[in-house]
Design a protein around this ligand. Structure first.
Ligand code: ADP
Length: 449
């Protein structure tokens, strides 16, 4: 993987998510605000309408809308009922009734105590009457208006007509005032819920983005470190193995020297393989190595070559490697040669490594309608049933394998399976502890790969 690509990789997705969340917040806040406004206005209209409906023309008729009304039973009744309505509607600041006198809208009464500075006496002209308020005397329609400012403050008002007994005339208009500040506070607090939600989601999304960025930077560093370390280690290790091999060709070596140098060679080879495993695994994790360089390869020959190289080492334990009679001489198959070699080297070397001394490893082959299966069967330690599920995960080594051979990284099977799957194939096994293992590697016909 190109590390610079990682650095450049932009998080456009997160930008879109944040943008979408902002839009979502604005739209939702607007929707909530609209609904709250509608709800509040409907509620005011409804309450004004209900109050107006409870007042009879006969209760109003004795009133003259002048100071002369003060102290009359009709005025006192009206005043008391307005005060009760105000107490029952906590959000309402004023309750009042108007009548039309000539061209003036005048107070018939209000909910305020006569001692209060907000009190309006019957007959006081309401100079701030809006056209909407005036229109009620004509249209008989309930109106919600505001925010409107008058000498007492700024209000949102519900105004409803009190009709004559025959329903023909508007004898008065009843009004309820809600403080515009309270009205806006309610509106803003409801509308801020979706904005807050969107903000929380944006913070979470940005947090996720930062974590991912950190993760990728960390991965890039790890990958760079592993690549450098592996490359730097591989050449000297190959040199040591090659040097030891050359020394071993010297026929005059003593037996003890020969054994020591063979040990050096084997250790260098093992370390070289381990380093290669580390490199391949980190590449697989990074998404590199996921490209196949397909070419037509004689897979049968490739398996034979891998087996021959590996069997040299196994001979010392009297482990023999045998090909089944039906194993093909040639098998051309379009695949990635290097990756294919790693697949078979790994499976065969595991079979040899975990075999019992003086046993046989058999390599066989089967053809079915969908593709080719290679089988590698050993008579070795097997894989304990309880651990079989974990065998293909990274760095896992079965307990009996650890006892049998100390050396091993537990990475081989993980990336072997990845490489097989990259070719469109599958890998599975049958195994019985202390009896042996058969590893199956399946590759599909190319048209299905
Ligand atoms: P290792 O480096 O330990 O061999 P692998 O990834 O190649 O790592 O294999 C993972 C584990 O699977 C081994 O440690 C071993 O427990 C088990 N295993 C793989 N192949 C065989 C086999 N042929 N026989 C018994 N156990 C096997």
């Amino acid at each position: 993987m190109d590390v610079t690509e990682l650095k450049k990789s932009p998080y456009d997705r997160y930008r879109y998510i944040v943008l979408a969340l902002i839009l979502f917040g604005i739209m939702f806040a607007w929707l909530v605000a609209t609904l709250v406004v509608r709800n509040q206005r409907e509620s005011l209209a409804e309450r004004a309408g209900t109050i107006a409906a409870t007042i009879n023309e006969s209760e109003i008729q004795p009133l003259t809308a002048s100071e002369a009304d003060i102290g009359t039973p009709a005025y006192e009744d009206l005043k008391q009922s307005m005060q009760r309505i105000k107490v029952a509607n906590q959000d309402v600041r004023f309750v009042y009734a108007f009548v039309l006198q000539g061209n003036d809208i005048v107070f018939l009464g209000d909910s305020e105590d006569p001692d209060s500075e907000d009190y309006s006496a019957p007959g006081d002209v309401y100079y701030e009457a809006t056209p909407a308020l005036r229109s009620i005397f004509r249209t008989k329609q309930t109106v919600v208006e505001g925010p409107e400012t008058d000498r007492w403050g700024t209000w949102v008002s519900g105004l409803a007509p009190v009709l004559s007994a025959d329903g023909e005339d508007v004898v008065a208009v009843v009004g309820l005032d809600v403080d515009a500040d309270d009205y806006f506070i309610a509106l803003v607090s409801y509308a801020s819920i979706p904005v807050l939600l969107a903000l929380i989601m944006i913070v979470l999304a940005l947090g996720g983005q930062r974590l991912r960025k950190k993760d990728e930077e960390l991965f890039a560093t790890k990958f760079r470190f592993l690549s450098i370390a592996s490359h730097e280690l591989r050449s000297p290790l190959a040199g040591i193995a090659w040097g030891a091999e050359s020394v071993l060709e010297n026929k005059s070596l003593h037996e003890k020297e020969r054994t020591m140098i063979a040990l050096i060679r084997d250790a260098a080879r093992y370390m070289s393989e381990t380093v290669a495993d580390i490199l391949t695994t980190s590449r697989m994790e990074g998404g590199a190595s996921k490209k196949l360089l397909r070419e037509v390869v004689d897979v049968a020959q490739l398996v034979r070559d891998a087996a021959t190289t590996l069997s040299l080492n196994a001979a010392k334990d009297d482990i023999t490697l045998r090909f089944d009679r039906d194993f093909p001489q040639h098998l051309p198959y379009p695949c990635d040669k290097d990756k294919m070699r790693r697949i078979f080297s790994n499976v065969i070397s595991n079979a040899l490594k975990y075999s019992n001394p003086k046993s046989e490893v058999l390599i066989s082959y089967g053809r079915d309608k969908d593709g080719y299966v290679f089988l590698v069967t050993d008579h070795g330690i097997g894989i304990p049933e309880a651990e079989q599920k974990k065998i293909f995960s990274t760095y896992y080594r079965a307990t009996n394998a650890e006892r049998h051979v100390a050396q091993g990284t537990g990475m081989g099977l993980y990336f072997t399976k990845q490489l097989v799957e990259l070719h469109g194939g599958r890998m599975w096994f049958e195994s019985k502890e202390n009896e042996g293992t058969t590893m199956h590697v399946f590759f599909p016909d190319m048209k299905q790969a």
